[in-house]
Design a protein around this ligand. Structure first.
Ligand code: CJB
Length: 795
């Protein structure tokens, strides 16, 4: 496609799809027209992929996830189609910068954090690998809330990405399923039949996801809830307009908002309804597709794989059994075995509060037949493994982790450490009963979005050095190592980083009115705000450093900007206090005439995928400082390493594997290991001991406790100080001293820019293993037992 073809297509859509005259078009019109023109280019490979999968009778992978944090789609599609240059030229002709058009797209925030972003990377990788696959989720009307700060406090506003037409989706009014709730189970002709009392319609919306080089496209199918009855005409005619529209309002509630909760599901009925809603619709859709091709249900495990992204779709187990046994007549034991052959479960967290459990009463009321089936699943499991008790039903609750484990033929952790801890802790008993079931599949990230799209300067440099094969085969980055002794290469590497930092400096100046020095080290912590992720450890270190610079302003300090980004769940009070403290500390430090040339703190509001794409390429240092044993994997850590930002981190999640890959000399390790954390907690007064041993820590905590950062409002941050010097469950104080030491090593290393750039480039060269293509190959080989539908040559 030439730039004039693309320009013609854009003008065509502007006129005939959007009804706009070019003379009156605003940026949004141009963005829509470009999206439609690009979407046209995706449609043929998309249809071809579907036809190929049917013709080849390939096994299909269905990825069931409550969250798909896809972000913006336009640039990604352009990059994967190889049309970036063409699009630049087309818009040069049209007199508008392409970047202006691209940045007009809303960020589809249909996820909270790592789990949702991982799902988005996986779907892209499955398309890039040409694996017949489909993502199934919910088309939330409102994604993750918009965050702003008022006097340092987080304020939440509803997110409204669907206020504008979503350029990428195709509405499928014909793809609908009736989803029931409640009611009773009756016996008919010796069979159990669920007769739901309420119901609604799940309607499909399809977004094509194009893979690298446009060879293959899969579908992200999101379900929207519609009422069975649009409105109540009798009530309308009697003048009760509100009651008349109640059916619609109630139904729409199911797909209205994404729960703004990261690791602690709200124990709410609505959440369980959401989970059943999208899971049931997805299973029926997949079964319909299967039955259009095959008439033997025993083939199901050979032809269909359902991956449960955490426990949110774990109701898939009993629902699939119900569909096979109650509705299709397979004997119960066969139905359970067949369902297990199709299902696999990925665990993403060990935090006890995040392992979903539903009261039996609620399950019985909303899904009475499913509760009976769960009892049967437990009974069958107990019959198979009579020696021990490890059930889904216990103490009046349905434990969704156990249910997913029992109903999955494989259960995977998301990093090596997390997988080991799963075996030792939450699934200890089940692991003993099924020693082959738990496997590891370390997470990964897509290089198309996170390097090629987000970091064009670095990408050009890499391609100049080793060719462009790395985009589809990230391990080729190792070829960069031979270039590291070439001073010219390292200079260009430094220039790319410097260019990215300068862009960020300009953006922060324009958007926040804060001036930053691009020569300072950009030290970045971006992720959800959570005590286990320990943003408060980072800000405590900033306070201590500020105090030390004030004591000794003429010393040789390494200038540093600490950048934070992340949202706190609206109900998580302590996380919101951490945000408030960071903002208050930033206000004081940035206004300090003596220290601010060495140390600044910036908290960028409304962290999202787009902001991550801006920040990560401009980062020097990656903060991955969670309490060991708590972060299942992390994926931000991989994006930073790939983009040439060494990590300061604990031995937690995938940090362990990143350190092994990049080399221990190129990673700033600190802190206790997971077993050491457990042992430390046994000492009741671990925080007090740590504070007594480190006057620097004591002084920083005093500043949090008094009104240093809350002038005129002493006590504002006392809650944090009390928590840290008392219970301190996440052992912030006990890790502080070693964190300080590692940070000073970072300072010294950064002061030697030649050495630093080499370390940064080694991070890039050695991080190729962290591609989500590698993760997907692992799932394909070890869980789904299938492969690409096309060979490397496209045949
Ligand atoms: N994770 O983002 C979430 N939400 C959850 O509810 C549970 C876990 C994260 O999943 C990521 C993808 O596996 C992990 O990298 C991360 O450590 C984990 O917290």
């Amino acid at each position: 496609m030439t730039s004039s073809d693309l320009r013609d297509s854009i003008l065509h859509h502007l006129k005939y799809s959007l009804g706009k005259d070019a003379a009156h078009a605003v940026t949004q019109d141009w963005r829509m027209a470009l999206s439609l023109a690009v979407r046209d280019r995706i449609t043929d490979p998309w249809f071809d992929a579907t036809r190929t999968a049917y013709a080849g009778q390939n096994k299909r992978v269905y990825y069931l996830s409550m969250e798909f944090l896809i972000g913006r789609l336009l640039q990604d599609a352009i990059v994967n189609l190889g049309l970036l240059e063409t699009a630049h030229e087309a818009f040069t002709d049209l007199g508008l910068p392409l970047d202006t058009v691209l940045s007009n797209e809303p960020d589809a925030a249909l996820g909270n954090g790592g789990l949702g972003r991982l799902a988005a990377c996986f779907i892209e990788s499955l398309s890039s690998l040409a694996v017949p696959a489909m993502g199934y989720g919910i088309r939330y009307e409102h994604g993750l809330f918009k965050q702003s700060f008022v006097q340092g406090r987080q304020i939440e506003a509803p997110e409204d990405w669907l206020q504008q037409t979503h350029a990428w989706e195709f509405e499928r009014p014909e793809s609908t399923y009736h989803i029931g709730f409640g009611g009773r189970v009756v016996q008919k002709d010796g069979r159990s039949v669920w007769e739901p009392e309420d119901g609604l319609i799940a309607q499909a919306y399809d977004t094509p996801v194009i893979g690298w080089k446009g060879r293959w496209a899969n579908t992200l199918r999101l379900w929207s809830a519609k009422p069975t009855q649009i409105f109540d005409l009798d009530r309308f005619n009697s003048g009760d307009y509100i009651a008349a529209s109640a059916p619609e309002t109630l139904a729409r509630t199911i797909s209205r908002v994404l729960y703004p909760d990261d690791t602690t599901p709200q124990g709410k009925e609505l959440r369980l309804k959401q989970e059943f809603f999208f899971t049931a619709a997805s299973l029926r859709d997949a079964l319909r597709r299967f039955e259009s091709e095959y008439d033997d249900l025993h083939l199901l495990p050979q032809k269909v794989a359902f991956q449960l992204n955490d426990t949110h779709p774990a109701i898939a187990g009993p629902e699939l059994v119900r569909l096979l046994h109650d509705e299709r007549g397979l004997p119960m034991d066969e139905a359970i075995a067949t369902a297990r052959g199709c299902l696999a479960y990925t665990n993403h967290t060990l935090l006890p509060e995040a392992l979903e459990r539903w009261p039996v009463e609620l399950m019985g009321r909303l899904l009475p037949r499913h509760l009976q089936i769960i009892e049967r699943i437990d009974a069958a499991h107990a019959a198979e493994k009579p020696d021990r008790r490890a059930n889904a039903l216990e103490d009046g609750e349905v434990k969704m982790g156990e249910l997913a484990f029992i109903m999955g033929h494989k259960v995977n952790g998301v990093s090596a450490l997390h997988t080991d801890l799963m075996k030792q802790t939450v699934f200890k008993e089940l692991h003993r009963l099924h020693p082959d079931r738990i496997i590891n599949q370390t997470n990964g990230v897509t290089p198309r979005r996170w390097v090629l799209g987000a970091n064009p300067r670095l990408s050009t440099l890499i391609t100049d050095a080793i060719g462009d094969g790395w985009v589809g085969d990230l391990e080729q980055l190792s070829g960069l190592e031979t270039h590291l002794d070439d001073a010219g290469f390292l200079d260009r590497f430094a220039a790319a980083k410097r260019g990215n930092k300068t862009d960020l400096v300009d953006w922060v100046q324009r958007n926040q009115g804060i001036a930053l020095d691009p020569d300072a080290m950009f030290d970045v912590q971006i992720k959800r705000i959570h005590e286990y992720k320990r943003q408060h450890l980072n800000i405590l270190e900033a306070i201590a450093l500020w105090q030390e610079i004030r004591d000794n302003p003429n010393a040789d300090w390494t200038p540093r900007v600490k950048i934070f980004g992340g949202k706190a769940a609206p109900g998580y009070v302590f996380a919101k206090e951490i945000i408030h403290l960071i903002n208050d500390v930033a206000a004081v430090l940035n206004a300090d005439p003596v220290t601010s040339k060495y140390l600044k703190v910036v908290f960028l509001p409304n962290y999202n995928v787009t902001l991550a794409e801006r920040l990560i390429p401009a980062s020097d240092l990656s903060e991955q400082i969670s309490t060991a044993g708590k972060e299942a994997s992390g994926t931000g850590n991989m994006k930073f390493a790939l983009n040439g930002a060494p990590t300061i981190g604990t031995l937690d999640g995938a940090n362990v594997e990143i350190r092994e890959h990049v080399g221990t000399d190129n990673f700033f390790l600190f802190g206790m290991t997971a077993p050491e954390v457990d042992a430390r907690r046994e000492l009741g007064d671990h925080a007090a001991q740590a504070i007594a041993a480190d006057p620097r820590l004591a002084r920083a905590l005093d500043a949090v406790r008094d009104d240093t950062f809350a002038p005129g409002d002493p006590g504002r941050h006392a809650g944090i100080a009390e928590n840290l010097s008392g219970h301190d469950y996440f052992v912030v104080c006990s890790d502080f001293t070693d964190y300080w030491r590692a940070q000073r090593e970072v300072d010294a290393a950064y002061a030697d820019q030649g050495g630093w750039m080499r370390m940064a480039a080694l991070n890039t060269a050695r991080s190729g293993w962290f591609s989500s293509d590698r993760s997907m190959r692992g799932y394909l080989a070890d869980i789904w037992r299938t492969g690409p539908a096309l060979g490397a040559d496209g045949e």
